[in-house]
Design a protein around this ligand. Structure first.
Ligand code: ITT
Length: 203
């Protein structure tokens, strides 16, 4: 059935870079993305520690759903996402702790943790969770690559300046335009997959 106009998705995140990447990816699929604000503020959403990214994404979406109760926006489509970088030679670290590690030791600290001779394989993962009414659907996207030896590039955010995707041409994600990055990124893949699940008739 043809859809008239774009469907709005409220994205529960405090990360504006995620909002702009998700907007760009999902607008091509017929959705308009808006950051979820409560009384004009980014609501506090607690991330359970020591969980996988799928569990964290589901916890975030459940908290966002609770926040909308009584707001008159209970029928909105809401989305949350958890993501991180998993470095092979560090046993998958920082993984679910990526945000904490970025804000403490930062990218120079991560490069120092890696021995020069070690294998540099890594992957970005993102799990997107979408809630339409009572139903929650999730999808995970993976982007495999390597950790660069130096910080390089000004675009993107987070770990982009040290991540070289295998599906690219040797540049870090921070040296790519946002559309180049999204065409191969964990987020691009997770959001495309979750939008397909949203379009399936409900069971
Ligand atoms: P919300 O939880 O509010 O959505 P956040 O930035 O705290 O925002 P996460 O908890 O999912 O997000 O942490 C993701 C971490 O992984 C964070 O350090 C990001 O910088 C990093 N990350 C995720 N996707 C990334 C990407 O596309 N490029 C670079 N770094 C990324």
């Amino acid at each position: 059935m043809a859809r008239v106009g774009k469907m709005r998705i409220l994205f529960a995140t405090g990360n504006k870079h995620k909002v702009s990447e998700a907007s760009e990816i999902l607008q091509h699929l017929g959705y308009e993305v808006e950051q979820l604000l409560i009384e004009g503020e980014v609501p506090e959403i607690i991330e359970p520690q020591a969980e996988g990214i799928e569990e964290v994404a589901i916890s975030k979406i459940k908290q966002a759903r609770e926040l909308l109760i009584g707001s008159g926006r209970e029928d909105s489509i809401i989305m949350a996402e958890d993501s991180g970088i998993f470095i092979d030679s560090l046993g998958g670290f920082p993984g679910p702790y990526s945000s904490y590690v970025e804000s403490t030791i930062g990218l120079p600290g991560v490069l120092r943790l890696m021995r020069p001779e070690s294998m540099r394989g890594a992957e970005f993962r993102a799990t997107a969770a979408v809630c339409t009414g009572k139903k929650i659907v999730t999808a995970t996207g993976v982007c495999s690559g390597t950790i660069s030896r130096e910080i390089s590039g000004e675009m993107g955010f987070g770990y982009d300046p040290i991540f070289i995707p295998n599906d690219g041409d040797g540049r870090t994600c921070a040296e790519m335009s946002s559309s180049e990055k999204s065409s191969i990124s964990h987020r691009g893949r997770a959001l495309k997959a979750v939008s397909e699940l949203m379009n399936l008739p409900s069971k």
